[in-house]
Design a protein around this ligand. Structure first.
Ligand SMILES: Nc1ncnc2c1ncn2[C@@H]1O[C@H](COP(=O)(O)OP(=O)(O)O)[C@@H](O)[C@H]1O
Ligand SMILES: CC(C)(COP(=O)(O)O)[C@@H](O)C(=O)NCCC(=O)O
Ligand SMILES: [Mn+2]
Length: 898
């Protein structure tokens, strides 16, 4: 993430959320890791102090504490959380922020977890080592700003929340990992200003380590860029090496990478980013790199470059495949023009320079790829700057010269390879052991608003944050990096005539910086073990292509005022809440605008990601549960009629009851505050009236109707299910009148039930925290639920007064609740909580309920166990697209494994 130090913007790193600016919810989502066993892998890195040493980690205090402290007895207090790459042009910082406080765990939840772990034999989990990696850059010429930034955040001392900083201790001899030439050049200055010693790491080592890490751990890191089209590339870990790494910084390094730590710098060129910026500065009046790049977008290089057509009297040199527009000689036209520098347009100069240097780099890279028989070339370094024209030019050169044999790919964290590699050279940060499923990238709106807990020079308050966002929105929406035109086949080496931009201003560094988010490290996340094939699994059912995005843009924008109103009300409607509400609306609109402009800006983005972004954005502005009162109201109303429903069900025979239960689930799934159509319905009646109406309309066959197969399977007495994982959706009638009675049916049949619910709120979805109370309430009217909830440890104290006779009752199979690790209306089974992963091990049935989890995502997902997907379709377009159907259609999709 860039500190926008060029131009007029303040020297503020845009990604920064503040070391202390951690919301409890975020912590809750992140910081519930099992303590990984102390790493036993030996790393042959240069020695440094051990970093986070988790060996012997233990919860200090009781498990029931709200904020149990984690003791890391073997962890020295002073953790370096910072690594630097000080280059010729830019200083890159990668720093880690750990959470100051630990997440809250409520009593019953902890108890359920313990129960579950008894059942699954899993290790007890410890909420440790949640944290985030931040990416920031400064211009090397403004080193002082960088030093101020480090100092204000005390990054060299592990951050302002570190024990040593809090205790006022002044550790001497702090060592920070640094790479790049500046690690040598500025070592004394760092010592003088910050009292730290820079421990130098080899630059090539770092580049390679950084690239390897990114290619392994970040799902959407590498992409191709041809003819203005960005396409993310799925990297096969088993087929990554060898590859060519071309780092285009001030100068260019070309490295053949054969494995982890196995590489050779095979070439380089002194004509690189520094050349473009340096020559450009001399030849134009530009004051910043971005200004120069922006100029190029309005340039026409044919006034400066000698083209084939200039030499051949306007003709192509078709015999060797060169079109008239091919550059024969960069800057060649200026020799005969008899003009002064000032006679040329700076725009044209900038474009000629950019083409000259990008082609040259592409060509040299290709030659080296050819020399070593390599097909894949990854380009990094900040010269690229996510700039479409630069990437297209390089890609074109590689494609043209290799006749399509070699592929140019770019990295989203382009300029941070070295800094990341330096960061990884700290031992025991554990980064090496992280896989894609441990990392969640978030795109916060930059500067922190953290309830007054702000550190350092960043934006001081919400107003500043809002004004930053406004700048971001303004720039972000007008601006589009140019998309080159013209088919390479007809234009030969020239590729394309000149950039034809949709807008003519360069996307601000601020919005471009959002290409790189904050990397949340969540060691407690796991791949869901019941996925049939995690490699081919794709959570999103529908591609968020241009049309689809446009549709959702409108839906989400229209929904925004109502959401803000609810969010503000949920926080008491105070002035502060209103301001945050406005800021949230701004921020979310800014994200939407950014994505409209560049749909692939945040990696490959599906509807699930978009819906999650909205929830994350609410949390960023400290709205933790916008629908809290609606959820409470609907829970109460539904619990009041539950006893009657259970009685009615109990009066039916088995087959009728099964049908009534599934009907009940589908009917009650109508209570979804994310669907405009349904929200309009809610104004027309009470929740119970709507529920009844919805049930009455249940007419089979449903749009997808595998009920009979499911029923037959349920009725097979010789093959009962052992454990059902039941993923629930909305609060109120949905869970109380739909899912709980279904769960009860399994329990009464002797099937263990694990209710799976969100870790964090999303719309009106029920969360795993809220569920035990609802179960306890329901259990007051139902012996089956009560015994099962007791057996599952769900009811700890609420039932204490009325369970006197429990001892005499036969033991029940347990009913448990686990969180799914998500804070979104959808679920990506590549990243679920370790509890859910543990619970899945003995499960032979998975039930997914609701549009978000079983239609928008996972409709086509295949599992290793039987799966039942239940939902009411509450969106006309989705009904048409997926099922050629209509709004309020019902889906009952049963997929037995055999
Ligand atoms: N804001 C910026 N200021 C200066 N140069 C920039 C900026 N953004 C991109 N660049 C380009 O990036 C190059 C530096 O890339 P980088 O990977 O940081 O290399 P180095 O480690 O040599 O500084 C510069 O020479 C310039 O071409
Ligand atoms: C966000 C949702 C997926 C939640 O649906 P659920 O999973 O609760 O069934 C759903 O409300 C949705 O797709 N809404 C689309 C917006 C609309 O139709 O107005
Ligand atoms: Mn929902």
């Amino acid at each position: 993430m860039a500190a926008n130090n060029s131009g007029s913007e303040p020297p503020i790193p845009e990604d920064d959320e503040g070391l202390g600016g951690v919301t409890h919810e975020e912590e809750a989502a992140e910081a519930k890791g099992k303590a990984p066993a102390a790493s036993t892998t030996t790393m042959n890195r240069s020695g440094s102090r051990p970093q986070l040493d988790l060996s012997g980690a233990a919860i200090h205090g009781t498990l029931e504490d709200r904020n149990p402290t984690i003791l890391l007895p073997n962890q020295s207090d002073d953790i370096s959380h910072l690594a630097l790459d000080i280059g010729g042009s830019l200083i890159k910082l990668v720093y880690f922020s750990r959470h100051a406080d630990q997440p809250t765990e409520d009593k019953r939840k902890l108890s359920t977890k313990r129960r579950l772990e008894i059942f699954t034999g899993a290790r007890r989990s410890y909420p440790v080592l949640g944290g985030r990696l931040h990416f920031v850059k400064f211009e090397t010429g403004k080193l002082n700003e960088c030093l101020d930034f480090i100092s204000s955040k005390q990054l060299h001392r592990g951050g302002v929340d570190s024990p040593s900083w809090r205790s006022g201790a002044q550790p001497d001899n702090i060592v920070i990992k640094a790479t790049g030439g500046g690690a040598f050049k500025y070592a004394d200055l760092f010592k003088e200003r910050l009292g730290v010693s820079l421990e130098k790491e080899d630059e090539m080592d770092c580049l390679v380590a950084g690239a390897n890490f990114l290619l392994k751990a970040i799902r959407h890191e590498a992409f191709t860029h041809m003819d203005g089209q960005k396409e993310y590339v799925q990297i096969d870990q088993n087929d990554l090496f060898p590859y060519l790494l071309v780092n285009v910084g001030s100068g260019v390094s070309i490295i053949k990478v054969d494995g982890h730590g196995k590489f050779q710098r095979v070439s380089g060129t002194n004509v690189g980013g520094g050349t473009y910026w340096g020559l450009g500065r001399l030849m134009t009046e530009c004051k910043s790199f971005d200004e120069l790049l922006e100029l190029s977008q309005r340039g026409d290089n044919s006034t400066i470059d000698m083209l084939v057509g200039d030499i051949y009297g306007g003709l192509d040199y078709s015999k060797i495949g060169l079109s008239a527009s091919t550059i024969a000689s960069s800057f060649g036209k200026t020799i005969s023009d008899n003009k002064e520098l000032s006679d040329y347009r700076p725009e044209d100069i900038s474009l000629s320079l950019l083409r000259m240097i990008s082609y040259n780099i592409g060509q040299i890279s290709y030659l080296n790829a050819l020399r070593y028989g390599l097909k894949r070339i990854f380009f990094g370094g900040f010269f690229i700057r996510g700039h479409a024209y630069t990437m297209d030019t390089i890609s074109f050169a590689v494609h043209f010269w290799s006749k399509g044999e070699a592929k140019a790919m770019f990295l989203r964290h382009e300029g941070f390879l070295g800094a990341l590699g330096a960061f990884m050279s700290y031992e025991k940060h554990g980064l090496d052991d992280l896989s894609a499923h441990h990392l969640v990238e978030r795109f916060p709106m930059g500067a922190p608003y953290v309830g007054g807990k702000i550190h350092g020079p960043p934006l001081g308050d919400l107003n500043e944050k809002i004004s930053w966002m406004e700048k971001f929105v303004q720039k972000g929406t007008q601006i589009t990096a140019p998309v080159p035109m013209g088919a390479p086949a007809t234009t030969g080496m020239g590729g394309f005539e000149r950039p034809t931009s949709k807008g003519d201003i360069l996307r601000s560094d601020a919005s471009a910086a959002l290409n790189v988010g904050v990397l949340h490290l969540v060691p407690s996340l796991d791949v869901f073990p019941l996925l049939e094939d995690p490699k081919t699994y794709e959570p999103n059912t529908i591609d968020l292509d241009h049309d689809e995005f446009k549709y959702w843009f409108t839906i989400l924008s229209d929904h925004l005022p109502d959401l803000v109103e609810k969010a503000v009300a949920s926080e008491g409607g105070t002035d502060d809440a209103k301001r945050r509400g406005d800021a949230f609306a701004h921020a979310f609109s800014a994200h939407l605008a950014r994505l409209t402009e560049e749909p692939a800006a945040y990696g490959k983005f599906g509807l699930a990601n978009l819906l999650e972004l909205r929830e994350e954005c609410l949390r960023e502005f400290q709205f933790f549960d916008a629908y809290v009162s609606i959820k409470q109201r609907e829970n109460e109303a539904s619990l009041a009629v539950l006893p009657d429903l259970l009685m009615e069900l109990d009066s039916m025979d088995e087959e009728d009851r099964l049908l009534a239960l599934i009907e009940g689930v589908l009917a009650a799934n109508i209570f979804d505050w994310g669907s405009k159509a349904c929200v309009d319905l809610y104004n027309q009646g009470t929740i119970i009236e709507i529920y009844r109406m919805s049930r009455k309309k249940m007419q089979r066959p449903w749009r997808i109707d595998n009920f009979d197969t499911f029923k037959s399977r349920m009725l097979k007495k010789d093959q009962p299910y052992k454990r059902a994982l039941i993923s629930v959706d909305n609060a109120g009638a949905d869970v109380v009148l739909g899912m709980l009675p279904l769960a009860r049916e399994f329990l009464r049949r002797g099937v263990e039930v694990v209710l799976v619910a969100n870790s964090l709120p999303a719309l009106n979805d029920i969360t795993a925290n809220e569920l035990p109370e609802i179960v306890a309430e329901a259990a007051k009217h139902c012996g089956i639920l009560r015994k099962a909830a007791e057996a599952g440890g769900l009811i700890v104290d609420a039932m204490a007064g009325i369970q006197g006779d429990a001892k005499d009752e036969p033991a029940s199979v347990p009913l448990m609740v686990v969180e799914n690790g998500c804070g979104s209306p959808c679920i990506d089974f590549r990243q679920v909580s370790s509890e859910l992963a543990a619970a899945a091990k003995d499960a032979d049935l998975l039930i997914l309920e609701g549009m978000g989890r079983s239609l928008h995502t996972n409709l086509n997902a295949r599992f290793k166990c039987d799966a039942l997907k239940l939902a009411m379709v509450k969106n006309q377009r989705l009904a048409e697209k997926l099922f050629n159907g209509n709004i309020y259609d019902c889906i009952c999709k049963f997929e037995p494994v055999s």
